[in-house]
Design a protein around this ligand. Structure first.
Ligand code: GDP
Ligand code: K
Ligand code: MG
Length: 295
């Protein structure tokens, strides 16, 4: 092994929907974190691991920082906050469309000793260069960021510059994960997340937030890998929406999820979906725990 091999941790924090998970997938080169136009898409801390000849960079993707209304929301904020401490570098991502610096978020970085970089995402939808300069200046005035990078996570613009800078932040050290590992999530977690992503794309308003997905069990049945999963919602009306007319909605979600799971896990599966109502699960610690949210 290269004696100058470097390894370390980089966290990605910022408001919901700025593109943190999209950025992570682009860097890793495959989908490990689900994304959607809806806030609270990312609920757990997810590790994304990038290994080359010279370094291993472990990214920590976090739920967005927001004002919590639920016990689940409070948990998400805690997860984001804990991802700022003890990192080799922190990426603070903002959406250029949203404009100027927000003091209450930048306050989170006071007293943080690791370098914090300002990442201005979605420059593919940029209106004018003057506007982005204004945004950068307002953020740089609000906090002594170690540097800034305008990027497009979707188009891959400038990601190489971000990576070149981050490598310099890593200390010399051994890899912590195997060279083929790209995430710390189990196959069960990946499967349930993909199903939840499809639900997010097909539902509106309160439904996306009320959903949890549990993989109940898997079995080999006549040579086919069967996956039994439950989509949990909080109300009967939500259950009806998810099932849809004649079961159409659930069928659509199941088909999309199955195709993507086949691709990502490189295994053909047969997906069996159920919908179950569990009143107020987002406020019940025991439910949060059994649905995988217990950081
Ligand atoms: P997160 O909540 O910060 O993890 O954000 P996501 O990665 O889930 O992305 C939120 C939305 O922004 C999704 O609809 C993405 O497709 C979109 N998005 C992410 N990056 C970009 C980008 O560089 N350009 C544009 N136009 N949209 C983006
Ligand atoms: K999102
Ligand atoms: Mg996310």
């Amino acid at each position: 092994m290269n004696t100058k091999f470097r390894s370390g941790f980089i966290s990605i924090v910022g408001r919901p929907n700025v593109g943190k998970s999209t950025f992570l997938n682009a860097i890793i080169g495959q989908k490990i974190a689900i994304t959607s136009p809806k806030p609270q898409t990312t609920r757990n801390r997810i590790l994304g691991i990038k290994t080359t000849q010279d370094y291993q960079m472990v990214f920590v993707d976090t739920p967005g920082i927001h004002k919590p209304k639920h016990e689940l929301g409070r948990l998400l904020d805690q997860t984001a906050q804990s991802a700022i401490e003890g990192m080799d570098a922190v990426l603070f991502m903002v959406d250029q469309e949203k404009g100027l610096a927000e003091d209450h978020i930048i306050r989170l970085f006071q007293g943080v000793s690791s370098p914090v970089y300002l990442i201005i995402n979605k420059v593919d939808t940029l209106k004018s260069k003057i506007e982005i300069d204004k945004i950068i200046i307002s953020y740089m005035n609000a906090y002594p960021f170690a540097g800034f990078f305008p990027i497009s996570a979707i188009e891959g613009t400038n990601l190489n510059h971000v990576m070149d800078e981050l490598v310099k932040c890593l200390p010399v050290g051994y890899p912590l994960f195997g060279e083929t590992e790209v995430t710390d999530q189990s196959d069960f977690q990946l499967m349930s997340e993909i199903i939840r992503e499809k639900v997010l794309y097909h539902t509106q308003e309160e439904v996306p937030h009320a959903v949890a997905v549990v993989i109940e069990h898997t079995e080999m049945n006549a040579g086919v890998y069967e996956v039994h999963a439950t989509i949990v919602v909080e109300r009967n009306t939500q259950k009806q929406i998810l099932i849809g007319k004649g079961g159409d909605m659930l069928k659509q979600i199941g088909t999309e999820a199955r195709k993507e799971i086949n691709k990502i896990l490189d295994t053909k599966i047969h997906l069996i979906l159920w919908v179950k109502v569990k009143k107020d699960w987002r406020n019940r610690p025991s439910d949060l725990k059994s649905f995988g949210y217990d950081k």
